[in-house]
Design a protein around this ligand. Structure first.
Ligand SMILES: Cc1cc2nc3c(=O)[nH]c(=O)nc-3n(C[C@H](O)[C@H](O)[C@H](O)COP(=O)(O)OP(=O)(O)OC[C@H]3O[C@@H](n4cnc5c(N)ncnc54)[C@H](O)[C@@H]3O)c2cc1C
Length: 476
């Protein structure tokens, strides 16, 4: 029996194990997971009487194979009262909060009419100008201006992108935008300006009754029942190579003991940066590029408060206002009312802050962050007052967003180097340093397993999962 070692028990690692064990009995699977939980960035955090989703994880995909897999792992049902292990169908509503007002998101032509006064014609003219004279798309700013026109970019995208990444959109590769921004056609936008219907029909998405982690905990149970070992609190620190192959990884357990885990095949969803730095024999240039790969970190403050009189219909709201530190607010009641007790009495929110590990926000105490969140949520009108807060819970998430700047432009050199190890497969989001959602993270795992089982040695199709497939998802 061949031993497969998988690094990380997030969506990518668990999907790889599930697929392998379902399709073949020739492999034993060991998963090494740094933390004590299952699901990685897509876990469910249980706190007090509530469940927190650290991102607001929409199960939404254009890939049939992934949709089928989700519903195979947990069935879809409308009978939410009786059944616990279910995926619910939810409607996506989201807005932008800007200058004390709420605007529809995804941005549709209706926005031109939502903009009162002089702004509306200015926005429409800017859009038309960009459509007729598009810029060469050298960076994210060019891409936004081509899609939305300068005025809408300045009003809605510039500030939010700066908050999200801590950089000017001019310094960010357009690659990120290609993945995230739904294309708008000039003809439909101009046509819509004169139509009466404003709001686009909402997308539907799946959501597990108890948050995203429910699906991953279920997957972990299934793979364990098929013989997989999941070793939690085992952080992979070093990677041993021998004759152009990976021979073992060295991890530390929760007591700090070093353990060497040998294997025949390795699938890694740990950050590509750390993987590269963990290979002692890696050339200097690889280490230099790896050192330069950047991330944006994330803080989310869960706030349970008395239900406001006017309850929002949104699942989440983007906060573009520069005067507020909060960048996005999740309204968990609208994701699943089972994420809290008494949803008729309370509102359960997630106030999201994009930051850098160890910056001044990151270093604030949980109490300080809770105070900021309560103040800002009350200012936006999402909770009745700061005093209406009943409970808060803070999560600090490192490496939430792999960034498309700094040494990102040289990433192909790292990919090539990793592919030189015949028995190593880089999968997932940080595993590929790619802004992959769950579906694409899972898809990299599925393609890697396809290749392992078929004996295919070229790994380009694993790296290409979210590049070739034009999947224009709306901005998160
Ligand atoms: C704020 C936010 C919102 C999001 N919203 C959505 C959404 O709406 N829909 C959607 O589909 N996706 C969403 N995503 C993306 C989704 O979270 C990821 O695509 C998905 O979790 C990636 O899966 P993964 O297994 O590749 O990585 P991860 O989830 O990061 O899992 C990797 C695992 O590896 C472990 N690990 C890391 N290093 C080591 C090591 N050295 N040794 C051992 N273990 C290690 C980690 O602890 C983790 O458990 C969102 C992400 C964020 C941050």
């Amino acid at each position: 029996m061949k031993r497969i070692v998988i690094i990380g028990a997030g969506p990518a690692g668990l999907t790889a194990a599930y697929e392998l064990l379902n399709r073949s009995s020739e492999y034993s699977v060991t998963i090494l997971e740094e933390t004590s939980f299952i699901g990685g960035l897509s876990r469910s955090v249980k706190c007090s009487s509530c469940i927190m989703d650290p991102g607001g994880h929409r199960f939404f995909t254009g890939i049939d194979r992934i949709g089928k897999l989700w519903t195979e792992l947990i069935p879809v049902s409308d009978d939410t009262g009786k059944n616990d292990d279910i995926l619910m169908k939810r409607k996506r509503y989201s807005s932008i909060y800007f200058k004390d007002r709420f605007f529809d998101y995804p941005i549709s032509a209706g926005i031109f009419r939502q903009l009162k006064g002089l702004n509306a014609p200015k926005a429409a003219m800017g859009y038309i100008r960009s459509a007729i004279f598009p810029r060469k798309e050298n960076n994210l700013e060019d891409l936004f201006i081509n899609r939305f026109g300068s005025p809408v970019y300045e009003m809605f995208f510039k500030t939010y992108t700066e908050k999200h990444w801590g950089r000017s959109p001019r310094d960010i590769s357009a690659d990120w935008g290609y993945q995230r921004i739904r294309a708008l056609k000039l003809s439909s936008v101009i046509g819509n300006i004169f139509k009466s219907s404003e709001k686009a029909a909402p997308d539907e998405f799946y959501y597990p009754k108890y948050g995203p982690g429910q699906l991953w905990e279920r997957t972990a149970e299934l793979i364990k029942s098929k013989g997989a070992d999941i070793l939690s609190e085992h952080k992979v620190r070093r990677i041993c190579t021998e004759n152009g192959r990976i021979s073992a990884v060295i991890c530390t357990d929760k007591n700090g003991y070093e353990i060497t885990v040998k294997g025949d095949i390795f699938l890694s969803s740990m950050p590509l940066k750390e993987l590269s730095l963990g290979i002692d024999s890696a050339p200097k240039d690889i280490k230099r590029i790896a050192e330069g790969l950047s991330f944006r970190d994330h803080i989310i403050v869960g706030v349970l408060a008395v239900r406001p009189e006017k309850f929002p219909s949104d699942c989440w709201i983007y906060i573009h206002d520069n005067s507020l530190k909060v960048s996005r607010v999740q309204i968990y009641n609208n994701w699943s009312p089972y994420l809290l007790k008494d949803p008729d009495k309370y509102i359960w929110l997630g106030a999201e802050y994009f930051c850098q590990e160890n910056d001044s926000l990151w270093k604030k105490s949980d109490n300080e962050l809770a105070e900021i969140a309560a103040k800002e949520l009350s200012q936006i009108g999402l909770i009745p007052s700061e005093k209406s807060v009943i409970h808060t819970h803070t999560e600090r998430i490192k490496k939430a967003y792999p960034a498309y700047f700094d040494s990102y432009s040289e990433i192909d050199t790292i990919k090539k180097y990793m592919d030189s190890f015949g028995n190593l497969y880089c999968i997932g989001r940080n595993g590929q340093h790619r802004y992959n959602n769950m579906d694409h993270s899972m898809m990299t795992a599925l393609v890697a397993v396809d290749n392992i089982l078929s004996g295919k040695t070229d790994k380009a199709d694993i790296w290409n999962v979210n590049t070739e497939d034009i999947y224009n998802e709306a901005q998160n």
